[in-house]
Design a binder for this molecule. Structure first.
Ligand code: KE4
Length: 429
């Protein structure tokens, strides 16, 4: 494989783009080398500018759950394009997508569309504060909820990869109402409530996906919800990554927990920029123009993005690919574990349906501290060997891999062959 054209574009991109990327994780900082530039994608494959073909396990960090350029999504987007791109006024499409989303989340009476997951969480936090009249928010170390000031403390994803505890440019005042707890550790949440009486709520990724995949243990989420109810505080589920991926609705449904406020993104736009936040009636009444909590957006409910979301969720509901995701996910998991064993590589795999990733450690990984015991050097070698053998992975130990419903048996064979070569290389380190 050669990466000459990517290299050339990288050098060119450095002139006017920061690090030649528009999102830090794409810079490949934690795996070394230079980022790949993508030319196109179709179905389960993605192609870089040097025409190298890869089985895509990034799928844009979640949105392309049907695979790339699904014919029904493409048809819907083209049809919408012919009517106009943006009006600054409401359209029927927004009503349609709102109904699909609210029907999938029984406790969600109303939803508001925005343009990204960050915006969805930003608004969800503001809503929790507006509804409760309290200011403090608890988040979990290792969870990432987008790049709003207040939550860029001990975040996962890019920050975890860059191992920055917070972010430059975030003023002290912006984080003074943010408290940090440990995932799967209810006592660490209770300790904050013992100290403060102005906690609006707790925001959580119901399945952690930004420290690698981390799964709630022993009813953690259920007990958290019950405890918050006893303290008149809200549970805010950040389902930007898990929404419509774990099931047609939220991971909260699979985990038997109902959040007070749910934040969404990624899949609900099908690759077009859509975020959303929703809740039961009495909470959403707070949002302008009905209530005093202000939130707005020029391109919110954009008709092309709505067409992408409606067609993606409609096709996803028709396909109902979740059993297939479970099946394929477990096959990939076994391939990873058995190949690691064959080459005596310490490795565990955390997986929740179609979200998964390996950790190069022999410890269990149930929180961020444990995730950080993973050998990121080994991950880096593994990553590049997988690339060279035709599998496109997120360039970071602290990112989840995602399946899509276009994955084929042949793709699994490519994955198995690549994994064998990659593990062999890691074992020689
Ligand atoms: P966006 O603003 O990137 O659409 O969504 C932010 C966000 C919020 N909540 C969760 C649980 C998320 O995973 C994300 C974004 N996820 C990252 C991947 N870990 C997006 C990839 C990137 O930052 O380039």
């Amino acid at each position: 494989m050669n990466f000459k054209k990517s290299q050339k574009l990288y050098t060119k991109g450095l002139k006017n783009l920061v690090g030649a990327v528009n999102s830090p994780v794409r810079a490949f900082s934690s795996v070394g080398g230079n980022p790949l530039f993508i030319k196109k994608a179709k179905g389960s494959k993605i192609y870089d500018v040097d025409d190298n073909e890869y089985v895509d396990l990034v799928v844009s960090y979640g949105p392309m759950i049907l695979g790339h350029r699904h014919k029904k999504v493409e048809k819907a987007a083209k049809k919408a394009l012919k009517k106009g791109y943006s009006f600054g006024a409401s359209t029927e499409a927004e009503i349609k997508l709102a109904k699909i989303v609210c029907d999938a989340f029984p406790e969600m009476d109303k939803v508001r569309f925005v343009n990204s997951g960050t915006e969805a969480v930003l608004s969800g936090i503001r809503l929790a504060r507006a509804f409760t009249g309290k200011d403090k928010i608890i988040k979990f170390s290792g969870c990432y909820h987008g790049h709003q000031d207040a939550l860029l403390v001990a975040a996962g994803s890019g920050l975890a990869t860059l191992s920055l505890p917070g972010s430059k440019g975030v003023p002290e005042g912006a984080v003074k109402n943010t408290l940090i707890a440990e995932y799967n550790n209810l006592e660490s949440v209770k300790a904050h409530f013992d100290k403060y009486d102005d906690i609006a709520g707790v925001i959580i990724e119901p399945i952690g996906g930004n420290m690698g995949v981390v799964i709630p243990q022993n009813n953690f989420l259920k007990e958290l919800k019950e405890y918050l109810q006893s303290k008149n505080a809200l549970l805010i589920a950040d389902e930007v990554m898990t929404g419509f991926r774990s099931t047609f609705g939220g991971a909260q449904e699979k985990l038997g927990v109902v959040a007070d406020i749910t934040c969404l993104g990624k899949v609900i736009g099908g690759g077009f920029p859509v975020g959303a936040y929703g809740a039961r009636e009495e909470i959403m009444q707070q949002v302008a123009p009905l209530g005093g909590m202000y939130q707005a957006g020029t391109l919110s409910g954009n008709p092309i993005a709505m067409a992408g979301g409606i067609s993606t969720l409609t096709e996803l509901k028709r396909q109902n690919p979740y059993d297939k995701f479970e099946e394929i996910g477990s096959v990939l998991e076994v391939i990873l574990l058995e190949t690691a064993k064959k080459y005596n590589v310490d490795l565990i795999v955390n997986r929740f349906g179609s979200m998964m990733n390996p950790f190069f450690t022999k410890n269990k990984v149930t929180n961020f501290k444990e995730a950080q015991t993973s050998d990121t050097q080994k991950f880096a070698v593994f990553f590049w060997e997988m690339i060279k053998n035709g599998v496109f992975l997120p360039p970071s130990q602290f990112e989840a891999w995602f399946l899509n419903s276009a994955i084929s048996k042949k793709d699994i064979k490519v994955f198995a062959a690549a994994t064998d070569k990659a593990m062999q290389k890691v074992s020689g380190m």
